[in-house]
Design a protein around this ligand. Structure first.
Ligand code: GSH
Length: 209
């Protein structure tokens, strides 16, 4: 399997954490790829017509994207059930929590993009993104309070990734204030999380997300 991605992408990072957690990391070849809203990479686009990372190319040529689809594929390859239950209430709970973490991350990527604009910020848009994130932090903190100790499913991976991305790009966002500090401090100890820090590596000079 070839994974097209960058160490600065929170969506790629979620997939890499999932690959560690499912024991499949050694079966993945990493292809560093530079993309942004305004620069398309031909090789990535040959796998994902949307031009986005992460994108996964299987040995038989099958292309898989986006990050959720890749995570579900990895879980199935590992026998299922590690990251998400195959059916029932538990599956919907994980997917809903994943959607919250994913939505947080998407809002942060937009907010980071707005902060980097050289034309005047759009205060209404920035305020709307900030309000969305504040509400999401409170909702996630409520969910984290009823989380069984040691659980690290796809929903937890998405949330942990969103919080790590906040520290990476938007350190002024006060998610700890909402009550997510204990959750993050626990999951930050996991080998999969420690092995996959977000970074602005040299091969990827233009911030893409
Ligand atoms: N929904 C996608 C989002 C992926 C995404 O937005 N990736 C960014 C990099 S962090 C990207 O490829 N941006 C370039 C673009 O959107 O054209 C997923 O979860 O995989």
């Amino acid at each position: 399997m070839i994974l097209y991605g960058s160490t600065r992408s929170p969506f790629v990072r979620k997939v890499v954490v999932a690959a560690h957690e499912t024991g499949l990391i050694d079966r993945i070849a990493h292809r560093p790829s530079v993309v942004s809203n305004t620069s398309r990479d031909a090789e990535v686009a040959s796998v994902n017509p949307l031009g986005q990372i992460p994108a996964l190319r299987l040995a038989d040529g099958t292309a898989l994207y986006d990050s959720l689809v890749i995570c579900l594929y990895l879980d199935e390859q590992a026998g299922g059930r590690r990251l998400i239950p195959p059916a029932g209430d538990g599956r919907w709970d994980v997917l809903a929590r994943h959607a919250l973490g994913q939505g947080m991350t998407e809002a942060m990527v937009k907010l980071f993009g707005e902060r980097r604009r050289t034309d005047p910020l759009q205060p209404t848009y920035v305020a709307a993104l900030t309000e969305k994130l504040d509400a999401a932090f409170v909702a996630a903190a409520g969910q984290a309070r009823s989380r069984p100790a040691g659980r690290f499913d796809l929903g937890d991976i998405a949330l942990a990734g969103a919080l790590a991305y906040a520290d990476f790009r938007l350190p002024a966002l006060d998610w700890r204030e909402a009550g997510l500090g204990d959750f993050f401090d626990e999951v930050a100890q996991r080998r999969s999380v420690r092995a996959t820090p977000l970074s602005s590596e040299a091969h990827n000079p233009a911030p893409a997300a």
